[in-house]
Design a binder for this molecule. Structure first.
Ligand code: SIN
Length: 532
């Protein structure tokens, strides 16, 4: 990227005995006694060294176009979940840095929002091109800090970039309205205008796409942004911010602060200059943000947890159902909000499906994301593994049966065996909550009505999947499901051109597509009077 690299010292991530609190600087990521593959760490180290010397690894926050240290000099380790090695230490920022980022975003808003849509569009398009030009490096960076297999990471870079390309085009289509007036001497207009400064809080599971899905429509509308990426995966965000500057997006339009999540979140919520909060993450944090945004009455978009049912009917094409269920369940090692969380299988096909599915899952290759043919990487940290373990233990203690997997992988670290569990019941944790890991619980049902009732028996409502050969059933069940996204005979349905978002406690608002623009726009009514 034409920028000097920083010094990288390879060492293991901090152990658990350091005292920490959630979201604070120096949070431990790995606590277990780990097996550490020398081969894995050597590969990762050479990739990191290459990316570093090419200027892709940044260690500071990005405020007003300047690389900035935390004001108190604190740093936080960014670790590779596959090896436990420290990739780098990044600035651990808090409220003061966030307030400066907001001030810079606010100042830049005054000029960025005044540019023509065509001008904003051109710069967004350039940003898209630069990201695509560097998709291999960004993919490698993502695999290093997040753990997903390299092919999947490069796929996420293209997916993330697609939002920028799409919104570069949509920037030119922010139309208002002329309304026929009820009085002959009046002319009524509707203008759509950018909301202002946006606070974007993003998760670790998609280190690029969840940022671009928010930042691209915001910039396209004329807003400016303060991004808080997850402290677990800030490196992809920082590299993307650097490319935004190279694309001609002005300093201050995209700011990145990371570190102390609660202090950054509080500063974003408290500031009257931040007019919108957009968040992807847990339902619990989403609720806090929604409550916190009330103080200054900000617009809020929330993309929260799911509990996706994947319904396999007796009349499904078995191969299509197997392929689709594998894709939705094991994407990113089960760590997406739209991963199938419950696989509901009709009794007539249950045994056949369970055995073919278990066989396919057994064949999956687990390993470091840089390894040849690896389809399943590590989980993000120890806490994720403990959650998966506790859900599996709960199911077994209540009578469920492990068909394949069911324990930590022999590779050690945070690797978990791809798992299939049969005889799961609706009262088990695996049915009630999002497991966010590579565990597929199978639940048996008798009738279509049973499947719909079981599928809707949750407070979540993000994604659902149906596998059936009946067009009538696919329509009927799609209408009955209380979910924002429904995949019919398809396991991967996310795309920049379609609206993404949940019903019930899975969130508010939509991202992607033409609907994603509305989240960053105010509607203003103008009445011209005395026109005769
Ligand atoms: C998510 O898990 O939050 C996003 C998944 C997607 O965009 O498909």
């Amino acid at each position: 990227m034409g920028l000097g690299g920083i010094g990288i010292a390879f060492r293991r991530c901090s152990p658990s005995f350091l005292s920490m609190r959630f979201g604070a600087c120096h949070q431990p990521r790995f606590t277990s006694a780990v097996m550490f593959s020398h081969q894995m760490s050597t590969n990762a180290e050479s990739v990191a060294a290459r990316l570093n010397s090419a200027g892709f690894i940044r260690s500071q926050g990005f405020i007003g176009g300047k690389w900035t240290d935390a004001y108190d000099g604190k740093t936080i380790e960014v670790c590779n979940p596959a090896t436990g090695g420290v990739i780098t230490n990044v600035s651990c920022m808090g409220g003061r840095e966030t307030n400066d980022a907001i001030a810079s975003a606010h100042e830049t808003f005054l000029s960025w929002s005044k540019l023509t849509a065509a001008e904003r569009s051109k710069r967004l398009r350039k940003w898209y091109e630069l990201i695509m030009d560097h998709k291999d490096e960004l993919g490698q960076l993502m695999t290093l800090e997040q753990g997903k297999p390299l092919k999947e990471a490069i796929g996420e870079v293209s997916y993330g970039a697609s939002f920028i390309e799409f919104y570069a085009e949509e920037a030119k289509r922010v139309y208002g309205d002329i309304i026929p007036a009820a009085m002959s001497d009046r002319r009524l207009f509707v203008l759509k205008q950018p909301v202002g400064v946006v606070g974007a809080i993003t998760p670790w599971n998609f280190p690029l796409a969840m940022i671009t899905r928010k930042v691209a429509p915001a910039l396209a509308c004329g807003c400016t942004v303060v991004v808080k990426p997850s402290e677990l995966t800030p490196l992809t965000a920082l590299a993307a911010a650097e490319l935004s500057i190279q694309a001609g997006i002005p300093p201050g339009a995209v700011n990145v602060v990371m570190g102390n999540a609660s202090d950054i979140g509080d500063a974003l919520l408290a500031s009257p200059q931040v007019r919108k909060i957009t968040f992807t993450g847990s339902t619990a944090v989403g609720k806090k943000l929604m409550a916190g945004a009330a103080g200054t009455v900000k617009k809020v978009s929330l993309e929260l947890g799911g509990n996706a049912p994947c319904i396999i009917f007796d009349d499904a094409d078995l191969d299509v159902a197997l392929k689709g269920t594998l894709a939705t369940k094991f994407r990113n090692s089960g760590q997406t909000c739209v991963c199938a969380n419950r696989v509901l299988v009709q009794e007539g096909i249950y045994d056949k499906f369970a055995s073919a599915f278990s066989k396919a899952v057994e064949d999956m290759k687990v390993g470091d994301g840089f390894g040849e043919g690896v389809g399943q990487g590590p989980l993000i940290n120890d806490a994720a593994v403990r959650k998966v373990e506790s859900f599996v233990e709960d199911a077994i203690s209540k009578g469920a049966k492990v068909l394949i997997g069911g324990k930590k992988h022999s590779l050690g670290m945070t690797f978990y065996e791809p798992t299939v569990i049969a005889d799961v019941k609706s009262e088990m944790l695996l049915s009630r909550e999002e497991v966010f890991g590579p565990v597929a619980p199978l639940l048996k049902f008798k009738t279509e009505e049973d499947a719909i009732r079981m599928a809707n028996d949750t407070n979540a409502g993000l994604a659902a999947y149906i596998f059936t050969s009946s067009i009538q059933r696919s329509w009927r069940v799609s209408e009955a499901l209380e979910y924002g996204l429904v995949g019919v005979n398809e396991g991967i349905i996310s795309t920049e051109v379609a609206p993404f978002g949940g019903m019930k406690q899975s969130g508010l608002g939509r991202e992607g597509s033409k609907y994603g623009m509305d989240e960053y726009l105010e509607i203003k009514y103008v009445c011209l009077g005395n026109m005769n």
